[in-house]
Unconditional design. Sequence first.
Length: 49
Amino acid sequence: MLFASKEKGQGLVEYAVILSLVALIVIAVVRLMGPRIGETYSSISSSLP
């Protein structure tokens, strides 16, 4: 139990690294798929009466 506080800090750093990697992946996917998603929404909205 003497080293429990160090493990908590390390866990937070690991979560921050994972969160930043997920954020980078989401940004990359949105940048790549953004135009296609926009075209899809445009075609759907233009087909509605």
